[in-house]
Design a protein around this ligand. Sequence first.
Ligand code: BES
Ligand code: ZN
Ligand code: ZN
Length: 530
Amino acid sequence: MAASIVKRVSRVKKLNVSHISARYKLLTGSRHFSTSKQWNNALVLGVYENESTDSIDFTGTARKFDEKADGKISQLLLTVKKPLKCGKTRTLHAVDPEFSSVLVTCIGKRGEGYDELETVDKGRESIRAAVAKAVLQLRELGENEIEVDSCGDTEASAEGCHLALFSYDDLKAEKSRKPAVRISCATRYSQDKNSMEKEWRKGAILAEGQNLSRRLMEMPANLLTPTKFAEIIKEQLADKCEVLVRDKDWAESMKMGSFLSVARGSVEPPVFLEIEYKGRQSDSPLALVGKGVTFDTGGISIKPSQGMDAMRGDMGGAACVAGSLLSVSKLQLPVHVKAFIPLCENMPSGSATKPGDVVTAMNGKTIQVDNTDAEGRLILADALCYSEQFNPSLILDMATLTGAIDVALGAGAAGVFTNSENMWNKLQKASVRSGDRVWRMPLFNHYTKKITECQLADLNNIGGSRSGGACTAAAFLKEFVNNKNWLHLDIAGVMSNSGDVAYLGKGMSGRPTRTVIEFINLMSKETNNR
Ligand code: BES
Ligand code: ZN
Ligand code: ZN
């Protein structure tokens, strides 16, 4: 036992971080493919839920395949009495010389679409979940080349597969890693293969953005320091975006006293990232801001140790900004985006900020830091102020900001605080498509009062009591924004997935990256708001 521990430790030590980060370039389902490998071909086919015990309601592709196989698929499915229910699968072998396995997955009732109460497109969600389950089952069987039915929505099908096959096992021994799987769209019976391939690629890129967010969030904080985060972002985005890496001196020169008050407890130097994607000429970019606390101990107001490891994901806002930019740039959306990411650790030390300390933000407002664990709002305050200097048409910030939003909404939806009805409608529309939902929360003066009642300074960084914690945090941020199109997404509740979303494995979720990409896509189509 002791010997194996020693062996393991020495192997982990040997891991070279640049080698690890090189793997970020690789897409789920397309990594480590050796040409000498034997590929086992498998096919995923969709069927709709159908009460009948003597007919199968196939998707277009599945029907054509069944015809080609002389009805063998339907015959085999009908040999058992019970019809397939949504989310259930049947795996068939030796039905076609080309495929070692044909997996039939049920994608729910035909014609399912927008559900008003659920505020989601149920048809698309069922497809994502059904193909996700299918490709995972086939991977378990050792299949490594899988053709997937578009199931009537190619983009959703691609998203489901690529999201499901993600796993963060970069730090594990080769033999314990999930095997590589190549996935492609079953276009063989399509009338318009090109547009199908295009849709598939879009879905894959949406998933790739979210998978980058997940990978960054999952990375341990000793490997993903602010400096390392910036390096990875340069690797990932520098060919499509301009990436500026600002240091502590720069932040000091910008008078970012609020951001620096959080960073001062750590030996890791803070970094402020500024990224620009110019898919079109404009002088009013869309601004994205992301909380990048690479580890949140709480600082002097230290957190309980149980579950503290999850605080490696406290840069989830920053990760989702990076993931969104990756997809937006790969999709070459005609939009101008500027992103602002303050990165630091929140640590307790002899140089850390103490409860009761007063700091001054970039806009001159003074803040009494009553609780050093409410650090996200402190770093965002300066990042929001700075973003305003670029005349943005809108500002969207994302932050794993409060435990209170988790209490309010759980993993059901990201909490959205916005001063714009129009922006809210657009974001919600985007989330219906992506299936990664949002829920609007209040920005009442009621909450502002809680943070402006302060003994020593203009603002205090906690709202006095715990009540309405997510709302007082948002009210605090509001003090640093003048833009009329501001959206703040508190994503602490959706930070990790413990089985709620069927097509995401357990672990850091990368939510709501795809909603934000879709939102930016919608905004890129608006002529008067770019
Ligand atoms: N990073 C946390 C919020 C968080 C909690 C993220 C759970 C993900 C999961 C944040 O910095 C924090 O600690 N907030 C405090 C604020 C409080 C001190 C006013 C909280 O929510 O308890
Ligand atoms: Zn905190
Ligand atoms: Zn935090």
